[in-house]
Ligand binder design. Structure first.
Ligand SMILES: Cc1ncc(COP(=O)(O)O)c(C=O)c1O
Length: 398
């Protein structure tokens, strides 16, 4: 780069760090939450029920049960299928803490199987090999917003009489052969955490077609109190209640649901904007031999919660950590998804995993960098990311 160019670049540098993630919230969210505050009914109430109805209709599910996180949703889903101590659940190492920990809540065993290299999705053939007489369920993650191999997983589950609980924390809206995720498993768990594709600050949703599981999740989400415990302070409610099981305190508040309703009305528009950003990134990077762009998922629909770029580190003189630092110098925040579960001290020490036990997860993790992708990014923000990434790989090309 010439001195003149270097100066020009410095002048053009962003003033502030581009955050890795930001919620797309505006006046509509403010109005909805304000209405809740003015109503005097802050916790679970009519807005939660409306959010559940509208969410169920949106994904095409029979039941939707709103809770206060995806972690809670996964816990309730595994409780509903009757997971108990000593059972095994086959899941992916390429995920966040929540996916594994909820299995441990039951003193059950998370059986981690490797992912396939192209999409880093749980490998269906590896699932089949891991089935034992103690296996009760399969817990796939629709990583980044691409669908897991739902048909192969459903076939394995049917063959071995297993339940499928989907971790769909990234998968709103993700479409598989025309069907939205939310209807493709026994129970599907969504996240509305602050960085997710629909946010309620913290929140989650369980979708299922099964009446019994829906009932159980609902009851256990609020102390195991028999039906409609939340109504006990309403005009039509009663002070009388019965505890039928030692449940949890996982209910969603009306404040959160108000945010959720405003967000749901623009969930498709937000996805379309992210898809556009992803298309621009991929167009800029796919011809570079220093980078591997993520699959678009076509003809399925990618939610584009994450844009998971991979560095061809053999072609670069910097490793992933340095690459992230160089982006930060250009005031672009990035992240890594995910440090595989099996290399964390808890899983390593409890189950004796070594990193190489799941070689694809371990190898691919070391070259993965997630770029900012959210609907409130401006075109200029997208240009800045493309320029920072392109310049960095050009500068450190071997
Ligand atoms: C794959 C995956 N599963 C589960 C969760 C947990 O979601 P929550 O924070 O809503 O409990 C996350 C959160 O980032 C996630 O990425």
């Amino acid at each position: 780069m010439s001195t003149t160019n270097a100066c020009a670049r410095r002048v053009a540098m962003r003033d502030e760090l581009l955050p890795f993630a930001l919620p797309d919230t505006g006046e509509e969210e403010v109005r909805e939450v304000e209405a809740v505050i003015r109503s005097g009914w802050l916790t679970t109430g009519a807005r939660v029920r409306r959010f559940e109805r509208e969410f169920a209709a949106h994904v095409g599910a029979k039941h939707a049960i709103a809770v206060n996180s995806c972690t809670a949703a996964l816990h309730l889903a595994l409780e509903a299928i009757g997971l108990t101590s000593g059972d095994e659940v086959i899941t992916t190492p390429y995920t966040f803490a929540a996916t594994g920990e909820v299995i441990r809540y039951f003193d059950a065993r998370p059986v981690l199987v490797d992912v396939e290299p192209s999409r880093l999705m749980i490998d269906a053939a590896a699932i089949e090999r891991a089935v034992t007489p103690r296996t009760r369920a399969i817990l796939p993650v629709h990583l980044a917003g691409l669908p897991a191999d739902v048909e192969a997983i459903a076939a394995i589950a049917a063959r071995h009489h297993l339940h499928v609980v989907d971790d769909a924390a990234h998968a709103l809206p993700t479409r598989v052969r025309g069907r939205l995720v939310g209807t493709t498993a026994d129970l599907t768990c969504f996240s509305f955490y602050a960085t997710k594709t629909l946010t309620t600050g913290e929140g989650g949703m369980i979708c299922t077609e099964h009446d019994e599981w829906a009932d159980r999740c609902r009851i256990m989400s609020l102390h195991g109190i028999s039906r409609d415990a939340w109504k006990r302070y309403t005009a039509e409610g009663s002070w009388k209640y019965e505890i039928i099981a030692p449940g949890f305190k996982y209910n969603m508040t009306d404040m959160a649901a108000a945010l959720g309703l405003a967000q749901l009305s623009k969930v498709t528009a937000m996805r379309d904007r992210r898809a556009l950003i992803a298309a621009r990134y991929s167009a800029a990077f796919e011809s570079l031999d220093t980078l591997q762009v993520p699959e678009s998922g076509a003809p399925n629909e990618h939610a584009w919660h994450l844009y998971m770029l991979r560095l061809n580190t053999d072609a670069l003189t910097v490793d992933r950590a340095e690459f992230i630092e160089r982006l930060k110098e250009r005031r672009i925040a990035s992240s890594v998804h995910f440090i595989p579960l099996h290399v964390h001290p808890y899983y390593r020490d409890t189950y004796g995993y070594t990193p190489e036990d799941l070689p694809v997860a371990w190898t691919e993790y070391q070259r993965e960098v997630s770029l900012p992708i959210y609907s409130s990014m401006s075109d200029r923000d997208v240009d800045d990311v493309i320029e920072a990434v392109s310049d960095t790989v050009a500068r450190y090309r071997r």
